[in-house]
Design a protein around this ligand. Sequence first.
Ligand code: DGY
Length: 325
Amino acid sequence: MAGRAKILVTRAWPEAVEARLTELGAVTFRAPDTPMSAAEFIDAAGRYDAILPTVSDVIPPEFYPAAKGRLRLLASYGVGYNHIDITAARENGITVTNTPGVLTDCTADLAMGLLLAAARRIGEGERETRAGHWAGWRPTHMIGRKVSGATLGIVGFGRIGQAMSRRAHYGFGMEVVFQNRSTVDPEVARAAGNARQLASVIEVAKACDFLSLHCPGGAETAGLIGAEVLAAMKPGAILVNTARGDVVDEDALFAALERGHLGGAGLDVYRGEPALDPRFLDHDSLVLAPHLGSATEETRAAMGHRAIDNLAAFLAGAIPPDRVV
Ligand code: DGY
């Protein structure tokens, strides 16, 4: 690469991290802190050596051939990379990196928070209290579901799934069963809270009181939690999704809530986010968060540093530590 690398950062990053970025090349910090549009991506395609997008910047298909020969690196700020077409990147000579590891604990913390909030009706209770409708303590008021000792089902037993399992088992005495696309070393499952791997998502759904999703997004898992899986869940069971909105068939979820089969859900991600199907707002049993899994000061800074580590290694001619392709 002749001269200083031209680098585009699509969104505002934590300040301290942005300062470190400027040491690495000629950096353009895109001004609006909104998802980068398809037209902007295509315009940027032939102008930068490296682009640092986030998980909410959806890259259009026309971008990859347009970027061929100029753009060398997409260093994404985030662990999920379903916003990037990995095959198209590879075919057009673009290296892709992500930021795994650094957001594991905070995402599992949020998943546990959503589970507790949905089980113990914390959102509903807060709304009632703020509205001045609380009529005082009584034995039958706002009865939720017991978490301690219940069974947690996990779909996807990678870093975050395992962190969720540890929290549930060691913190709340829960029994944990899980599904994973490959066989997990029984020693790893044991250390993560005596978790038991089952053969399918359906088996996990049947066995658990709470089902928490920690699988990647993308074509392979789109609609994975559909009518069949939801019907297999125990009556009153609760779904937690901090993975990707597309993993859940939202129509099937609404249907399961409408017929009273599910007890509720705690959601951090949505199919068309940030737009929300208005039906979400009608269900008091839903706890809704705006994609906050990694949203702590420490984690957002660590994600930025990790993306920069990848960029720095790439610019120095080394293999970036978190290369996806
Ligand atoms: C990710 O990194 O994939 C999260 O969804 C956002 O932190």
